[in-house]
Design a protein around this ligand. Structure first.
Ligand SMILES: [Zn+2]
Length: 1072
C-alpha cells in the first residue's frame, strides 16, 4: 500500500519488528542463556532459607514515619515541568479543572499497609509443594480455601508460629471487605474441586529449603496490598473530577476511575496509557530497572458523552502541516520562532519554514495569536482531513462495504443458527454506521453463503427476486458478479429482506456437513477489491474446514503436548495459508470479523489469525449445538467455560432439551455482540505511525497488527476497542528538559468514505533518578504490556520459560527499586516513604532476638533495624499491586495449560488479550467481584467491590463476578430466600435453574437492581459477557473459582500471598 506523503523515511535506523517474535527485548524471551539463571532454581538458599528456628514474632507496627508520607506518587509527581514550550493554557472552564498538585495524594495513605510480617512465608508457598523435597500432598489437603492453607499440606519454612491475625493488622491495615470471610471449613468442596495444586513446570522453587515438617504458617491476606484498596482510593481521590491533560509526565487516574478528561495539550489516557510517565534518561538506567517503557495506544477509543469529541482540522488542498525531516504533524510540541515564520520540530529539532497559508504572528510569550483557535496547536488529540496524497492511487476512497458470509452447512441450518442470523440482519441493517452529519449510511452490503461451494447473491434494487450464483471452484475463487453484489441497503431493502427470508429454506435440504474457510475470505476480499473499496467481512462459521480447498485443516489438537517444548505448536497456525491470506486482506483494506460456533475443535489458532491480523474481532460461542448428533453422533457436547475452560459435559441432564433450546443458550450473547460489532466506531484501510522525539524509538508492536516495514503498522481496520501496545527503547540519552514526546498518527478511511488522519500527542518526563521512574509507573499498563509480550512469545517459547521470565522480571524491577530507591542504609526514615513493607520475620529470627517483645520498630537498635530493613519487601507505591496481577497472568490458561482446557479456548483467549486496551486487560486479569446481598435497593450506586478470593465470600451471600468475557452469579448455600425469590421468583435455592443465561424479569426491586447493575458492569465492554449461575459446591463452581485470582489455582498456580513470598525470595537473592 503506498500512501504518498505519509510514509516517511525515518531519520534514524529502525530495528525490524514483525508479526513474529522480535529480537529478544528486555525480557529476553528466546534467550537460551536465560534458563541458566532461572529465579530460584539451582541457587543457594537465600537469607530466608537460612533462617534460624524461632518462635512467633510479635507484631511489628510501623513507625509513624511510614504513614502519611506515601503520597509521593502524586505529590511529588512531576508538577509543571520545565517545559521547553509553554504548555497550552487551560481551555474552557478551568475553575473546575483538576490540579494534580492541589489534590490529595494518590493513592491515599489509607491504601498503604504498614510494615507487616511474612510470617512463615516460605511455609505457605504452596507453589513449592510439587518439588522433590515437598511433604505429603493430596487432594484432601486442598478442600479448604487456599488461604489459610490446611495444616496437612503446609510445608516447612521459617520456623515461625502464625501470629494471630490481628497481630498482622497493623494500624494501617485495610478493614475487612464487605461480605466477610466465612470459616475455611465451611467450604467443603468435593474431590472434583480439589485437584492437587501442583504448578506444572511452574514457578521456580527451592525444594531443598522446604524440607522438614513444620507447623502451618499464615500470612493475613489483609496485610498484603489490596487491588480493591488501590482502586477505591484512586476513585475517592480523583473520581468524578475533571482531569486536565496540561502537564507533561503527569500520571493519569486509574482506568477504573471515572472522571471527565479535558484535553489541554496531551492525549487523553483513553487514547494512550504508558507503563511509566517518566522515562529514565539513559539506556543504562533503563536496563538497570528493567521496567518496560511502553505505551498502549487505543486511537479510536470512545470518549464518554460528556467529553468533547475530536476536532476536525481542514487545511483544504494544503493538507496537514508537517515537519520536513521527520514528517511529524503540527502539534503542541512545535516551537514557533522568528516572529512566527519558522518552527522547530519537537521530535527531530529540525527548523522548518511555516507555510505561507499557515503564518501567524506571535504574542509576547512567543505563542501564536491563534494558539487557542487551532486544535493542532493546543490539543493533544485531533483529526485532519487528508488530501488526495494520502489516498490510494491519489483518488478519494469509496465508502466501505460489509459482506455477510453465512455457513449454511447442515448443522447450522438444523440448529436454527442460519435463521437466527437472517432474522437479526433484517433489523441490524437499519443500524449501519454513518457519518454524524449524514442521515443514511454510505456503507454498502452484500451476502454470500457457503459450505463446500460458495453462493453469491445479486440483490440489485431493480430485481423482483434475488439471484444466486454458485462458484464451485473453491481452489481459485472468482467473483461471478460485480453489479448487484454490493448494494445500498436503503435502495435494495425489499430484495434483501426477500433474500434473508429465503436463505434458511433454500438450504433446508442440504446434507453438506463440511465447509471451506480460506476460499470464503478470499471471495470476500476479491469482491471488495473488485468494488475498489475497503470493508469488513462478517463470517459466521462453525466447523474445522476439512473440505478439499486451500486452507484445509486437520484436527491436530493434542493434549499430550501440554507442558512440553512442543506446546507452542498449538498456538501456531497449522498452515501458512491463513497468514498470507490475512496479508492480502490488509493490502486491500479487507477486515475480517469471525463469529465461530464450534461444537468441537476448529483450530482457532489457524482460523483466528485472519481476524487478528486484519483488525477484525473473533467471537466464539460454544453452545450453538445442532441436531446433527442424530445423524453423526458425537460423544458429548461441550460447554466450554472460559477462561478456566472447564468442560462440562451436557448430555444427560440436558437430554430433554431440543436443539433450538440449546442454541438459544448463547443466542442473546451472540446477537448482542453482532449488533455491537456492526455499530461500533471503526476506521478502515488504516496505517499507524508512532513518532518519538530524539533519544528513543518504538521497537516493538504488540496487537493485531501487520507490518510490511519497520515503522508502519498496517491494519485493514481499527475499531474503538482495539489497542496496540508499543515498546520503546533508547538509542541515545534523553534530555530532562525536553522530555520524551510521542505522536501517534493513524491514516484511515471513515465509514462515510473520507480519508482522515487522527493524531494523538503525549509528552512524558525524563529523569536520571530511578525513583522518578518508579513513582510514575502505571501497573495496569504494565500488566497489559507483560500479557501481550508473553502471549506473543508463546508462539516460540515453552510457556514454562515464559512464566519464569515473568517472575524473574517482576523480581528484578522490584529489587532494583529496593536497591536504589529504598536502600536500607538510608534507614527507615526515607526508605519507606510511599512503600509497602513486608518484613521477613525469619530474618529477625535469624538474628537471635526472636523472643523479645517488640512493640515498635523504633525500639530496635540501629544495627538490627538495618538488618530488618535489608529483608523488608519494599514495593514502590505505584507497583504495589503488580504482584497480584502478575500472578493472575501467570495462572491464565494461556500460560498454564491444563488437560481440561480446550486448546481452542487457550488460542481464543490469547488472541483476545493481544488486542486489549488497558481497561479490558485490567478487568480480565483482576475480575470485578460484587456482593449482591448487600445491595441497597433504594440506591443506584454499585456496591463496593471485594477482593477476588474465596475467603471473601460468605455462605449467606450472593456475588457477581465479571472479567469481561464471563459473568458469574454465585449463590451461597445459605443465600437469603427472599433474595432468591426476588431475583429468580422461586421459593428457594434448590429451585433455581442454573441453565439460564439471562436473569428472568421478575419485577421485584432486587431483580431490577441486579439487572441494572449487570448492565453497568457490561457497559463499555467489547464482548457481551456470558452469564452463568453457580450454586456453591456444585460443579460449575470450578469455573467461577478459577477467577478468584488471589487464591491458589484449582489446577496449579500459586495464591497471591504465596507468589508474593516467592517474589520476595527472588528479590532477596538478587540483592544478595
Ligand atoms: Zn521533525
Amino acid at each position: 500500500m503506498s500512501q504518498q506523503g505519509y510514509v516517511a523515511t525515518p531519520p534514524y535506523s529502525q530495528s525490524q519488528p514483525g508479526i513474529g517474535l522480535s529480537a529478544p527485548h528486555y525480557g529476553h524471551y528466546g534467550d537460551p542463556s536465560h534458563a541458566a539463571s532461572l529465579p530460584g532454581v539451582m541457587k543457594p538458599p537465600g537469607p530466608l532459607g537460612a533462617a534460624a528456628p524461632g518462635a512467633m514474632l510479635p507484631p511489628l507496627p510501623p513507625g509513624p514515619q511510614q504513614f502519611g508520607q506515601n503520597g509521593a506518587h502524586a505529590s511529588s509527581a512531576p508538577g509543571p515541568p520545565p517545559h521547553r514550550f509553554a504548555g497550552p493554557a487551560p481551555v474552557g472552564n478551568v475553575a473546575s479543572a483538576y490540579q494534580p498538585s492541589a489534590q490529595p495524594s494518590y493513592p491515599s495513605p489509607m491504601s498503604t499497609p504498614p510494615v507487616v510480617q511474612l510470617g512463615g512465608q516460605l511455609g505457605a508457598m504452596q507453589l513449592d509443594s510439587h518439588g522433590p523435597g515437598a511433604g505429603p500432598t493430596g487432594p484432601a489437603a486442598f478442600q479448604g480455601p487456599p488461604l489459610p492453607a490446611a495444616p496437612s499440606i503446609l510445608q516447612p519454612g521459617p520456623r515461625v508460629l502464625p501470629p494471630p491475625p490481628t497481630a498482622l493488622n497493623g494500624p494501617g491495615a485495610p478493614p475487612l471487605a464487605a461480605g466477610a470471610a466465612f470459616p475455611p471449613q465451611a467450604a467443603g468442596y468435593g474431590p472434583q474441586m480439589g485437584a492437587p495444586a501442583s504448578y506444572p513446570g511452574g514457578l521456580p522453587a527451592g525444594p531443598a529449603r522446604m524440607a522438614g515438617p513444620q507447623p502451618p504458617k499464615q500470612l493475613d491476606p489483609d496485610a498484603v496490598p489490596s487491588p480493591i484498596q488501590v482502586i477505591e482510593s484512586d476513585r475517592a481521590a480523583r473520581g468524578g473530577q475533571v482531569y486536565a491533560t496540561n502537564t507533561r509526565g503527569q500520571v493519569p487516574p486509574l482506568v477504573t476511575t471515572d472522571c471527565v478528561i479535558q484535553d489541554q495539550g496531551h492525549a487523553s489516557p483513553r487514547y494512550i496509557r504508558c507503563t511509566t510517565y517518566c522515562f529514565p534518561s539513559s539506556s543504562d538506567l533503563a536496563k538497570q530497572a528493567q521496567v518496560p517503557l511502553a505505551a498502549v495506544l487505543q486511537p479510536f477509543a470512545t470518549p464518554p458523552a460528556d467529553e468533547t469529541p475530536l476536532y476536525l482540522v481542514n487545511h483544504g488542498e494544503n493538507g496537514p502541516v508537517r515537519c520536513n525531516r521527520c514528517k511529524a504533524y503540527m502539534c503542541p510540541f512545535m516551537q514557533f520562532i522568528e516572529g512566527g515564520r519558522r518552527y522547530q520540530c519537537g521530535f527531530c529539532n529540525c527548523v522548518n519554514d511555516v507555510p505561507t497559508f499557515y503564518f501567524q504572528h506571535l504574542d509576547h510569550l512567543g505563542r501564536r495569536l491563534d494558539h487557542y483557535e487551532k486544535p493542532e496547536l493546543s490539543l493533544g488529540s485531533y483529526e485532519y482531513v487528508a488530501t488526495l496524497d494520502y489516498c490510494r492511487k491519489n483518488k478519494p476512497p469509496n465508502p466501505p462495504a460489509f459482506i455477510f458470509m453465512i455457513n449454511v452447512s447442515y448443522s447450522n441450518i438444523k440448529s436454527g443458527l442460519v435463521k437466527l442470523i437472517c432474522e437479526e440482519l433484517k433489523t441490524l441493517l437499519e443500524q449501519l454506521p454513518r457519518e454524524e452529519q449524514e442521515e443514511t449510511s454510505a456503507v454498502r452490503v452484500g451476502f454470500i453463503t457457503y459450505h463446500t461451494v460458495l453462493h453469491f447473491f445479486n440483490v440489485k434494487s431493480n430485481l423482483a427476486q434475488p439471484q444466486m450464483m454458485v462458484v464451485t471452484d473453491v481452489g481459485e475463487v472468482f467473483v461471478p458478479l460485480l453489479d448487484g453484489l454490493l448494494v445500498s441497503y436503503q435502495e435494495s431493502q425489499s430484495v434483501i429482506h426477500n433474500l434473508l427470508d429465503q436463505i434458511p429454506g433454500m438450504f433446508a435440504d442440504s446434507s453438506e456437513s463440511e465447509a471451506v474457510f480460506a476460499p470464503v475470505v478470499q471471495a470476500g476480499m476479491e469482491a471488495l477489491k473488485a468494488a475498489d473499496c475497503p470493508g469488513k467481512l462478517f463470517i459466521f462459521h462453525s466447523s474445522l474446514p476439512t473440505a478439499e480447498a486451500p486452507g484445509k485443516l486437520k484436527n491436530r489438537d493434542d493434549k499430550r503436548l501440554l507442558n512440553t517444548d512442543k506446546e507452542k505448536v498449538l498456538f501456531q497456525p497449522q498452515t501458512s495459508v491463513y497468514e498470507s491470506l490475512a496479508k492480502d486482506c490488509v493490502a486491500h483494506g479487507c477486515s475480517v470479523t469471525l463469529f465461530l460456533f464450534p461444537s468441537q475443535y476448529v483450530d482457532v489458532a489457524s482460523l483466528g489469525l485472519v481476524p487478528l491480523l486484519t483488525g477484525g474481532t473473533l467471537y466464539k460461542y460454544s453452545n450453538f449445538q445442532s441436531t446433527a448428533h442424530t445423524r453423526r453422533p458425537r460423544v458429548s457436547m461441550f460447554k466450554a467455560r472460559p477462561p478456566s475452560g472447564r468442560v462440562v459435559v451436557l448430555g444427560c441432564q440436558h437430554g430433554s432439551q431440543t436443539a433450538s433450546d440449546l442454541m438459544h443458550v448463547d443466542s442473546q450473547q451472540f446477537l448482542h455482540d453482532l449488533r455491537g460489532d456492526i455499530e461500533k466506531k471503526i476506521g478502515f484501510d488504516a496505517i499507524m505511525r508512532v513518532r518519538t522525539s530524539t533519544g528513543f524509538r518504538a521497537t516493538d508492536f504488540f496487537g493485531g497488527v501487520f507490518m510490511n516495514n519497520t515503522t508502519d503498522v498496517e491494519m485493514a481496520a481499527l475499531d474503538c476497542d482495539k489497542a496496540v501496545t508499543v515498546e520503546f527503547k533508547h538509542d541515545d540519552r534523553l534530555s530532562e528538559d525536553s522530555g520524551a514526546l510521542i505522536q501517534c498518527a493513524v491514516l484511515y478511511t471513515t465509514v462515510g468514505g473520507q480519508r482522515r488522519l487522527r493524531i494523538h500527542n503525549l509528552g512524558l518526563s525524563c529523569s536520571s533518578q530511578l525513583a522518578d521512574l518508579y513513582k510514575s509507573c502505571e501497573t495496569d499498563a504494565l500488566v497489559n504490556f507483560f500479557a501481550k509480550s508473553a502471549f506473543k512469545a508463546v508462539l516460540h517459547q515453552p510457556v514454562k520459560v515464559i512464566r519464569e521470565i515473568l517472575v524473574n522480571q517482576t523480581a528484578h524491577m522490584l529489587a532494583c527499586y529496593r536497591k536504589n530507591c529504598a536502600s536500607p542504609s538510608a534507614a527507615s526514615q526515607d526508605a519507606v516513604i510511599g512503600t509497602v513493607q513486608l518484613a521477613s520475620s525469619a530474618a529477625l529470627l535469624a538474628n537471635g532476638r526472636m523472643t523479645r517483645n517488640l512493640k515498635r520498630r523504633e525500639d530496635l537498635p540501629k544495627e538490627e533495624d538495618t538488618q530488618l530493613s535489608s529483608l523488608l519487601l519494599i514495593l514502590p507505591d505505584s507497583m504495589k499491586i503488580l504482584p497480584v496481577y502478575m500472578n493472575s497472568l501467570l495462572k491464565s490458561c494461556v500460560l498454564l495449560g491444563r488437560p481440561d482446557t480446550p486448546t481452542d479456548e487457550r488460542a481464543f483467549q490469547r488472541q483476545l488479550v493481544m488486542t486489549m486496551g488497558v481497561a479490558d486487560s485490567q478487568l480480565f486479569f483482576y475480575p470485578q467481584l460484587l456482593p449482591i446481598h448487600t445491595l441497597d435497593v433504594k440506591s443506584t450506586a454499585l456496591p463496593a467491590a471485594i477482593r477476588c478470593s474465596e475467603s471473601r465470600l460468605s455462605e449467606g451471600g450472593v456475588f457477581l463476578l465479571a472479567n469481561g468475557l464471563n459473568m458469574f452469579l454465585w449463590l451461597g448455600v445459605s443465600s437469603p430466600p427472599e433474595l432468591i425469590q426476588g431475583i429468580f421468583n422461586v421459593p428457594s435455592l434448590a429451585h433455581v435453574n442454573t441453565d439460564m443465561t439471562q436473569l428472568p424479569e421478575v419485577g421485584s426491586p432486587h431483580s431490577q437492581q441486579l439487572r441494572m447493575l449487570m448492565g453497568i458492569v457490561q457497559r463499555k465492554r467489547p464482548y457481551s459477557m456470558k452469564l452463568t449461575i453457580v450454586k456453591q459446591r456444585e460443579q460449575p463452581e470450578a469455573a467461577f473459582r478459577q477467577l478468584l485470582v488471589e487464591d491458589r489455582g484449582l489446577h496449579g498456580g500459586s495464591s497471591y500471598v504465596d507468589f508474593l513470598c516467592c517474589v520476595h525470595k527472588e528479590i532477596c537473592q538478587l540483592l544478595s
